[in-house]
Design a protein around this ligand. Structure first.
Ligand code: RIB
Ligand code: CA
Length: 332
């Protein structure tokens, strides 16, 4: 069985760490070829997302793989940080090792996107669990990127009237850099106008990902199944995420968007989605960062997205997290 090459573009970030560990486990199991990691400024600054990614890869005993520093911030606006969400360094209460033997790839994130896509024409699956800032730069570098990729799966936006988590209408990854997210939408629209065979990106918004809920009981089960430096660090990181969610009225739990999205990217047949034309509002005083989905063809534009709405797995997102935990217990 040929292993699908996968690139993860992330902003670790606590739930990004779960996605990283899950994808390393999938690589170790021979399910995928984790071909590269791009770190993008998002939950924390670029230096921290890079340091965190390298540390999580070390803890997961990941194979050597290219890790590139991506965009240091949004295209058009200053980078807004929210240390209260993922912690001042982006790893919650986890104390990640500062030393790593892994060398950062000399290429920047956009260049790594393009070179991996060219190395695997029609084969690479891109997963974005942070802002689209690096991907937007990659598309500017290689306008043919949409045609080169086998698929693109994005954790971003919110759809079908589901409220935002950053403003009433915007989700964090998109809100950080709406211009980048809209450039991605436009790039895939242009590509699909000229070639309808180009696969539309799967947008996984809060309407689905907020159903991926990690609880203290799940942390206890993970440690009982596998007590390793990796799982202890993940549990420490998640404890901060519990405190954040409790502080915003969600309860002592954590919505872990990114591992759900990483699992969906590896299980396309389990995704319930519908086509839409999506653009991102960048000018609205009250609506900046809103992912505006045309699901009725009112704009008369080519669909440039599939919006994920559910998971075809008995038990839904909770069962997905069971599989994510099962994979993580195979590490370390
Ligand atoms: O809105 C949730 C997203 O923002 C997740 O990817 C989380 O890691 C943060 O980046
Ligand atoms: Ca993220």
């Amino acid at each position: 069985m040929t292993r699908t090459p996968v690139l993860l573009d992330c902003d670790p970030g606590i739930d990004d760490a779960l996605a990283i560990a899950y994808l390393v486990a999938a690589h170790r199991a021979g399910r995928i070829d984790l071909a590269g990691l791009v770190c993008t400024a998002g939950n924390v600054g670029l230096d921290d997302t890079v340091a965190n990614a390298l540390a999580w890869l070390d803890l997961a005993d990941a194979p050597e793989l290219p890790v590139a520093a991506g965009a240091p911030g949004p295209i058009a606006v200053p980078h807004v940080l929210t240390p209260e969400t993922h912690g001042p360094r982006g790893a919650g209460h986890a104390e990640l090792g500062a030393t790593t033997t892994r060398a950062l790839d000399p290429r920047d994130g956009a260049r790594l996107w393009v070179e991996l896509a060219r190395a695997h024409p029609g084969g690479l699956v891109g997963i974005v669990t942070g802002p689209s800032s690096s991907l937007a730069r990659a598309v500017a570098l290689e306008p043919a990127l949409p045609r080169l990729l086998r698929g693109l799966v994005v954790m971003g936006g919110t759809f079908h009237g589901h409220p935002g988590n950053t403003t009433p209408v915007s989700e964090w990854n998109v809100d950080v850099d709406p211009e980048a997210a809209d450039r991605v939408c436009r790039a895939w629209e242009e590509a699909r106008v000229s070639d309808p065979a180009v696969p539309a990106p799967l947008w996984c918004g809060l309407n689905l990902t907020e159903r991926a809920v990690w609880t203290p009981a799940r942390s206890e089960r993970l440690l009982a199944a596998s007590d390793t430096p990796l799982t202890r660090a993940l549990v420490d990181a998640l404890r901060f995420y519990f405190e954040f969610h409790e502080s915003v009225g969600e309860g002592y739990l954590a919505q872990v968007h990114d591992p759900l999205v990483a699992w969906l990217a590896l299980h396309p047949d389990a995704v319930v989605s519908a086509p839409a034309h999506v653009r991102v509002e960048c000018a609205g005083e009250h609506t900046r960062g809103m992912t505006v989905a045309d699901v009725r063809g009112q704009r008369g534009r080519v669909d440039n997205a599939r919006i994920a709405t559910d998971v075809r797995l008995p038990g839904g997102p909770d069962a997905v997290l069971d599989e994510v935990c099962g994979a993580i217990t195979t590490l370390g």
